[in-house]
Write a protein that binds this ligand. Sequence first.
Ligand SMILES: C[S@@+](CC[C@H](N)C(=O)[O-])C[C@H]1O[C@@H](n2cnc3c(N)ncnc32)[C@H](O)[C@@H]1O
Ligand code: SF4
Length: 414
Amino acid sequence: MTTLTRAWLTRSFQPFTFKNEYDTKLAFAECKGLGLYVHIPFCRQLCSFCPYCKELYNAKVCDEYIDHLIQEIHIVGSQLTEKKHVTSLYFGGGTPALAAGRIGEIVSAIQEHFIITEGIGLELHPDNVNGETLTILRSAGVSKISIGIQSFGDKYLSILGRKNFNLAQISAALKKVPFETVSMDFIFALPGQTFEDLKADIETAFSIGANHIAIYPFIDFTLTNSTIKPMGKQEKRKQLDDITLYCQTIGYVRDSIWTFSNTPSAKYSSMTRDNFLGFGCSATTLLHDQFKINTFSVTEYQKRIDNNTLPTSLTLHFTKCQRMIYYLFWTAYSTKVNSQEFEDFFGVPLKKIYGFELWIAKKLGFVIEERGTYRMTLKGAFYYHYYENYYTLAYIDKMWGIMRHEAFPREIIM
Ligand SMILES: C[S@@+](CC[C@H](N)C(=O)[O-])C[C@H]1O[C@@H](n2cnc3c(N)ncnc32)[C@H](O)[C@@H]1O
Ligand code: SF4
């Protein structure tokens, strides 16, 4: 299904071919709407359901890694002689808050080459949410935080193999140290989970200091050792529709397929950027004509940096239509696509390339058009979410599965 859709939308049977090659200079000088991402792959506990590039935390290993990360930032950043404006900087992982004491140094390295205009975001495990860590992060310039709650219910934490946490400590810390965005992550469509369970989670989140929430459907990655049984399609759809309607009725704003906020200015998304530069193991970089992904191996990553070379493992050079589809897929994640922005990016009208597909999408009730902006309907959002699940399993699962075991695969064709 993904192959046929890809061939139709990219107007070609040419697959996505990721090769073990890389450009020593990255063409980001002219990129508008550039975002930055930094990956810190260490966690105190490795959750069996989680597909991300991560390993057990060790203070010495983490410190060495960060020394190399700072070098990578300088290798890439010094390709430009003037500071470049970027929208945002997001720290993901793993659990970047475990390196709270060194975030300031990383931000300073970034600021030697870039000017961040929309703030700095960082992910925390609930165990990291205490006054001391939040104060350190705030003084390092972090303005948005995302906490991986997953569920407030002991039953679902136990299904996920996660320990319960100290709710009073989290609430007190959030009161003491304010952030522009406090986002909390939840996983839904877990065995036995009901709409009432999710509603209670959402309300607890907003009552203890969140102003933004991300509700991810549980994805059963084959690359993980998870034994959690995924929910059936219909039940999952009902749960997604119920949560969405509940959030909308109560007045929470949907700012992407899986995120809602009770404060319009609260935003947390590292994904919906036109272009981005990624630093660290497994970090991806998306530019006008290419996508590259760094090696997943901490050791091999550091070896490359020691040789003053980029730690790229694979590069994909896009055809024009492949890049358009990539753009539309991730822009649609925000539940809307603006024709003018597409035209500004590609220099060609959206309707000229995808007029027929948009017409079908309107007829099927997936989108509505309002003065040049295509907005996803509830039905459209479900099908996007459904397709995204296929995409994740067909592309990300396969690629990350290989890259976990091979630092520099020769080629991956998808
Ligand atoms: C890097 S983690 C967040 C920070 C921190 N490491 C933690 O776990 O609290 C990113 C988020 O991905 C989501 N996630 C991980 N594995 C998932 C899966 N199999 N299905 C759906 N969401 C998943 C979780 O909601 C998690 O909070
Ligand atoms: S969910 Fe978070 S803590 Fe658990 S392994 Fe993934 S990144 Fe680490």
